[in-house]
Design a protein around this ligand. Structure first.
Ligand code: AMP
Length: 543
């Protein structure tokens, strides 16, 4: 027997309508290239998204066509999210930090018909020239006064385009499984791979994200997403904020600027912030130098990379801010796990709490997890045994765009192999110990490069640290630590190796340390291990 409930499709446009009706007066504050502090309301945002939808309807596009965005976090980019997806087109967010060859590849692979771009990325597109000749036109997200001179063909001004349209638009109804957005993983191997989200997955993910043990988001919050709208939908922020009525503060191009971020956090009464560890490092450096305290911020969701214990401690002890670690991937929309305190663990000592907070977190309902050994057999949840982390759920990708299973990332029984290696303890806290491609196997035993990097990062003279496994005649592989010193600081190889004493097992201590001026990075700021391994291909460990 079937239930008797309405079959209302879960469409992104329904979030827009909910926000307009229920939180119409809530504010969106943005830093943009043409305005240091733009302010308007959810109602105005949705009105302008509808103006954009009306304009797009005249471009002769078909349901499911891809329209790309190349932009920072601000109100116009948010309008594009709703105007494009709400109309039944696919919002392909492009990472402007990608290399030109990768940009060309993904624009052509996605078959983008139009590109909406910030003024500052126009030269980036011009440089791609004939390589992206299939793109029909470009919409520059500014007003006439700030339109650049450009060699691009068929260029429209965003404000002029939408200014000619009515703020009234009947959002179309379609299957909730229709594609809504496309994001390519920056991937360290091969060509970038496209993850294609749908309306249903996006809304289910947003419901999960606002829960108390995840972002704990309500209409009383003010949120600063320092995670980019061009990467995995800024962890779902465009949807979760309009769903709950939380005020949004967009930092625009000021993403890595500690002082600008502090000013926004302080003057806009931000209660929740989201970002990768590097961003919060910049903020902590600024607050320490300027003698400032984060008085209003309550909680920050940090993920995308391991979060150093020292960072969690500094936020807690100096600013009374809870740094909540999350784990996720482009392929998981991205939230899969989040670290909050579980019933029964409230009485842990402050030190034990810190230890727990360094773990990636517990699975969200909707992102089932397992860890398996080389034979695909599940290993125990005892916090010690580790295995390949596999996930499944309604917001985990079932394949990559146009790859038809060729990536080989899914198991026969329907799980996605994340490429991460993890432990899960008996309370369900998952900790990433390594990535499959990064694991160092020494004498048959695993060494975690992430653990070694974290210990190095806790040394005050270390600015950035990467650990790679390199061939070793006796042990098959041994770890090499590559370090960029913190500005104005000095440390020697022997001092760093001694720093590991008592912090990791003796046999895990790196065999050598190399100092570099900078490390190679992927477009999303992760250390490019493959590049680093290539760089040291001829390296030989000292006797
Ligand atoms: P991306 O798809 O670019 O967002 O990268 C996803 C990858 O980032 C994951 O597979 C992990 O390797 C890494 N990652 C994300 N969150 C964490 C975390 N909390 N700790 C360690 N690594 C993480």
């Amino acid at each position: 027997m079937q239930g008797l409930m309405m079959e209302t499709p879960l469409l992104i446009s329904s979030i827009a309508e909910h926000a307009r009706k229920n939180h119409g007066d809530r504010e969106i504050v943005s830093v943009t290239a043409d305005n240091p502090r733009h302010r308007y309301t959810f109602r105005e945002c949705i009105g302008r998204a509808k103006q954009l939808a009306n304009a797009l309807a005249k471009l002769g596009l078909a349901h499911g066509d891809r329209i790309a965005t190349l932009a920072w976090n601000d109100y116009r980019h948010l309008e594009a999210y709703y105007g494009i997806s709400g109309s039944g087109f696919v919002c392909h967010t492009i990472n402007p930090r990608l290399f030109p060859e990768q940009l060309t590849y993904i624009i052509n692979h996605a078959e983008d018909r139009w590109i909406l771009t910030d003024v500052m990325f126009v030269p980036l597109l011009e440089a791609l020239g004939e390589h992206i000749a299939n793109v029909e036109g470009f919409i520059v997200m500014t007003d006439e006064a700030h339109m650049p001179e450009t060699s691009l063909n068929n260029v429209l001004c965003y404000e002029t385009l939408i200014g000619a349209e009515a703020a009234d638009f009947a959002w179309p109804e379609f299957d909730e499984r229709s594609a809504s957005a496309l994001c390519y993983t920056s991937g360290t191997t091969g060509n970038p791979k496209g993850v294609l989200y749908d309306h249903r997955s996006t809304i289910l993910h947003a419901y999960a994200a606002v829960a108390p043990d995840v972002m704990d988001l309500s209409s009383r919050d003010t949120v600063l997403p320092v995670v980019p709208l061009f990467h995995v939908n800024a962890w779902g922020i465009p949807y979760s904020t309009l769903m709950t009525g939380a005020k949004i503060v967009f930092p625009g191009p000021k993403m890595g600027d500690g002082e600008a971020l502090f000013e926004l956090l302080d003057s806009e009464d931000v209660t929740k912030a989201l970002g990768v560890p590097t961003v919060w490092l910049a903020l902590l450096q600024y607050t320490a130098q300027a003698g400032k305290r984060l008085d209003k911020l309550q909680q920050s969701l940090v993920g995308g990379a391991a979060v150093p214990r020292s960072m969690i401690e500094e936020f807690r002890d100096k600013h009374d801010v809870e740094l909540r670690q999350g784990w996720g991937m482009t392929e998981t929309s991205p939230l899969g796990a989040c670290n909050s305190i579980k019933a029964g663990l409230e009485d842990l000592s402050p030190d034990e709490r810190l230890d727990l907070a360094t773990k990636a977190g517990r699975a969200l309902f909707g992102c089932d997890m397992r860890i398996v050994d080389d034979e695909g057999v599940e290993v125990q949840w005892d916090g010690v045994e580790y295995g390949a982390l596999q996930v499944r759920g309604p917001w985990v990708c079932s394949d990559y765009f146009k790859l038809d299973g060729a990536a080989g990332t899914h198991t026969g029984d329907g799980w996605f192999d994340t490429g991460d290696v993890a432990t899960i303890d008996r309370n369900g806290y998952m900790a990433i110990t390594d990535r499959t491609k990064d694991v160092i196997k020494s004498g048959g035993e695993w060494i975690s490069s992430i653990e070694l990097e974290n210990v190095a990062m806790d040394h005050p003279a270390v600015g950035e640290a990467g650990v790679i496994g390199l061939p070793h005649p006796k042990w098959t592989e041994r770890p090499l630590l590559v370090v960029v010193k913190a500005e104005g600081q000095d440390v020697t190889r022997d001092e760093l190796l001694a720093w590991y004493g008592g912090k990791v097992a003796d046999w895990c201590v790196p065999n050598d340390v190399i100092f570099l001026d900078e490390l190679p990075h992927t477009a999303t700021g992760k250390i490019k291990k493959i590049e680093l391994r290539k760089q040291f291909a001829d390296y030989q460990f000292p006797e």
